[in-house]
Design a protein around this ligand. Structure first.
Ligand code: AMP
Length: 282
């Protein structure tokens, strides 16, 4: 695996690779890698000649300073895991390298409704920061294929929109959420949970699964209310647990039995914020 820290050097190398007719797959991450991240590298390797992973904890997407400061970092283990997975290139830029002009005058991305609901509502500015970094990374890497995890469902939709807005011809692959044996979605933030909270954490997936099991046509409010109560009783502070149209994230109060649905949740255990989602009917 080759490690790049400079955008220009990486772009120049990848231009040569592209000219030789090779296909490039790209997996952007914030590091503290787990098997979920590695599954994206594996998916990329299956259909590309060269796979690039980036590790960059993007300050522009953190609306909570503490969350940024406490974001886990395990660079040596990350490099080891990427090597073992057969990743070809690791891009690990500094903040100055990514944002040489700073971010004050950053471009505004017209995301519309998508950034007003769910994560957009509870993390103001978050998706603008995500678009800023992904836009810059796509310009540097210019991949044929981009690999994202369904774990961040709304983020996938935002990046799909970014790709449309920028008229990029990069193909987006959304890969399944990898889970621990007890159902907890793998996440870099899980290591910050206390032992007590780690034991409570699988309740998010359990609650989403309950919604799926008990889903009926008609009113959805009772189902959502029971789900929120279950999380609160389980020791969570709930930001939201919602049922939405899986194609556009319109929040639904009732179901016609046909619309493709997804259930999405965000909740705190202590100061650790966890998110998860589950497709209900497709
Ligand atoms: P992050 O480092 O959290 O920004 O995540 C980098 C990429 O890995 C994103 O596309 C995430 O959706 C994806 N990802 C995170 N957790 C998982 C998981 N448990 N399973 C699959 N993909 C994941």
């Amino acid at each position: 695996m080759i490690l790049y820290k400079k955008a220009a050097a990486l772009s120049a190398y990848l231009a040569k690779i592209r000219q030789q007719g090779n296909r490039i797959g790209f997996v952007p991450t914030m590091g503290a890698l787990h098997q979920g991240h590695i599954s994206l590298v594996q998916a990329s390797k299956k259909i590309n000649d060269l796979s690039v992973c980036s590790i960059f904890v993007n300050p522009a997407q953190f609306n909570d300073k503490q969350d940024f400061e406490k974001y886990p970092s395990t660079i040596e283990q990350d490099i080891d895991q990427l090597e073992k997975a057969g990743c070809d290139i690791l891009f690990m830029p500094s903040v100055a390298e990514m944002y040489p002009q700073g971010t004050i005058d950053a471009e505004h991305y017209p995301l519309g409704y998508l950034e007003t609901v769910l994560e957009g509502e509870f993390r103001p500015g978050h998706f603008q920061g995500v678009c800023l970094v992904v836009h810059r990374l796509l310009d540097i890497v210019q991949p044929h294929e981009l690999f994202l995890g369904q774990k961040d469902y709304q983020q996938c939709m935002v990046i799909k929109k970014l790709i449309e807005l920028k008229k990029s011809n990069c193909a987006l692959h959304i890969c399944p959420t990898l889970r621990e044996n007890d159902g907890l979605a793998m996440s870099s933030r899980n290591v910050r949970l206390s032992a007590k909270d780690r034991a409570r954490a699988p309740k998010i997936y359990e609650t989403l699964t309950d919604i799926k099991t008990n889903l009926q046509t008609g009113d959805l409010n009772q189902l959502k209310k029971r789900a929120a109560q279950k999380l609160t009783d389980g020791g969570f502070t709930v930001d939201y647990i919602e049922i939405a149209n899986a194609d556009n994230l319109e929040i639904l109060e009732s179901w016609n039995g046909e619309t493709k649905l997804t259930a999405l949740a965000a909740a705190f255990l202590g100061d650790v914020r966890l998110i998860d989602n589950l497709l209900l009917a497709d």
